[in-house]
Design a binder for this molecule. Structure first.
Ligand SMILES: [Zn+2]
Ligand SMILES: [Zn+2]
Length: 176
């Protein structure tokens, strides 16, 4: 039961985070993000490394933690009381995922394909303050709401062949 609870908490949290990140921290067409100035601290890094995951204005840290606590309170309506150890494990899992999103993970390392893709997508997000890829845990909500950004702007379709070609070009460039 614990794995189901952990995945559910992370996915529901990511749904709330997706919308908070998109609506509060970033501009939407015809509208300036009301807390864009708070999020600007995190976006000072255009090409972040893993430690930049914690480079946040304290207001953003408080909002993220608040969403996490709210998610858990909400899900107690479904699951009843959670084991405190499970809450700790979930928080550590979240932190690790968030760290790796800011790290250009090697495809040959453990779970390389998925983690590397998530990290590349978050790097596209940092490269432009107005890009897509607003979720942290998975790409599901960006896919659902049309904000996947492969480096050409949110919602712009890039073929799988083109993405793979771009990655191998980058690998050749880094070896040279
Ligand atoms: Zn952002
Ligand atoms: Zn980031």
């Amino acid at each position: 039961m614990y794995p189901v609870q952990i995945v559910t908490i992370l996915m529901v949290y990511d749904f709330f985070y997706y919308w908070a990140h998109r609506v509060l921290f970033h501009d939407t067409p015809g509208r300036i993000g009301p807390l864009k100035w708070v999020h600007a601290t995190h976006h000072r890094q255009l090409n972040p490394c893993r430690m930049d995951s914690g480079y946040l204005n304290p207001i953003e840290t408080a909002i993220g933690l608040g969403l996490y606590v709210f998610t858990i309170a909400l899900l107690t309506l479904v699951f009843g009381r959670f084991h405190v150890g499970m809450i700790v494990v979930t928080w550590v899992a979240f932190q690790q995922i968030n760290l790796h999103n800011h790290d250009l993970w090697d495809r040959e390392r453990f779970a390389g394909g998925y983690i590397a893709t998530m990290a590349e997508m978050h790097h596209h997000h940092h490269a432009r303050f107005t890009g897509g890829n607003f979720a942290t845990i998975t790409l599901l909500y960006d896919w659902m709401f049309g904000t996947l950004d492969y480096g050409k702007g949110p919602g712009v379709k890039v073929s799988r062949e083109e993405r793979i070609a771009k990655k191998s070009q980058a690998a050749v460039a880094s070896e040279a």
